[in-house]
Design a protein around this ligand. Structure first.
Ligand code: THU
Length: 136
């Protein structure tokens, strides 16, 4: 699975977004260690706080299906689904990644055209709290 292909799948996932309040459509494609890919979109709510981000939608679908080992995630997003730059994951989504992923988990953020940026979970969530801390 190439980063470009995973970003394409995230763009397809973005078309499923339910974002009547912010207008920001977001898509994610989560690559499991066995090669399975789960799509996710943001799902907003009139009460705002129940809103679920695209990344967490993808993770929760995958975990429900029994996956616990993940390699990478691609994320795209923008106002009205128009991608103008990278769409970095929010803090809550980073913490959900931390629950299931190692430091070398890769986050691809699709940008304009075919360009993208990539970072590891360790880079975007340093000095983090994880399961190993509260299980000691
Ligand atoms: N959003 C995501 O889907 N992922 C993120 O990591 C950040 C924010 C969504 C939530 C909301 O529907 C919209 O983007 C604007 O905040």
């Amino acid at each position: 699975m190439t980063p470009e292909k995973l970003i394409e799948l995230a763009k397809e996932a973005m078309t499923h977004a339910y974002a009547p309040y912010s207008g920001y459509k977001v898509g994610a494609a989560l690559l499991c260690a066995d090669g399975t890919v789960y799509g996710g979109c943001n799902i907003e709510n009139a009460s705002f706080s129940p809103t679920n981000c695209a990344e967490r939608t993808a993770f929760f679908k995958a975990v429900y299906d029994g996956h616990r080992d993940f390699t990478a995630i691609a994320i795209v997003g923008g106002k009205d689904g128009i991608i103008t730059g990278a769409f970095p994951p929010c803090g809550v989504c980073r913490q959900v990644m931390r629950e299931f992923c190692r430091d070398d988990f890769v986050i691809y953020m699709g940008s304009k055209g075919e360009t993208y940026q990539s970072v590891t979970l360790a880079e975007i969530l340093p000095f983090s709290f994880s399961a190993s801390e509260h299980m000691n």
